[in-house]
Design a protein. Structure first.
Length: 142
């Protein structure tokens, strides 16, 4: 990665318009926990688990079925996982997805990993999200 030298890779317009996206079949939840809570053991399985701590909160993305009833959570999210890998210094990957989704009125919750990105959209907006992204030139592989 050359970001320390001020050199960033920019995706060519053609490649950004042809990102491959997989829709995971599972339903996910986004959970808010107090910042001092321990890492939740109940959020340890499934095709996507993300745990992020800030000074204000501990946020968890996990299978909706794993969330204890006592937790503050928002369920009914579906995952659009990009086929990577993408270099960390690549510019424009999320923008090429977020812009058409915003235009279509689809809110997203983004989880990034070292090699790829996952966009969570409400289950009831999944068809609208797919239509918007296909219209923008992206390819769904399932």
């Amino acid at each position: 990665m050359n970001t320390t030298r001020g050199v960033l890779k920019t995706m060519r317009d053609e490649s950004m318009s042809q990102l491959e996206i997989e829709i995971l079949p599972e339903v996910f939840a986004i959970v808010a926990l107090p910042p001092g809570d321990d890492w939740p053991r109940w959020a340890s399985s499934g095709p996507l688990v993300s745990i992020t701590r800030t000074g204000d909160e501990l946020s968890v993305v996990c299978l909706e079925s794993e969330v204890p009833p006592r937790c503050e959570s928002a369920g009914g999210w579906r995952c659009l996982r990009l086929r990577g890998p993408f270099e960390l210094d690549t510019v424009g990957v999320l923008a090429s997805l977020a812009a058409p989704l915003a235009k279509a009125g689809v809110p997203v919750f983004v989880v990034s990993t070292f090699r790829t990105d996952c966009l969570l959209v409400h289950d009831e907006l999944l068809d609208r999200a797919r239509d918007a992204l296909e219209s923008a030139g992206h390819i769904f592989i399932n």
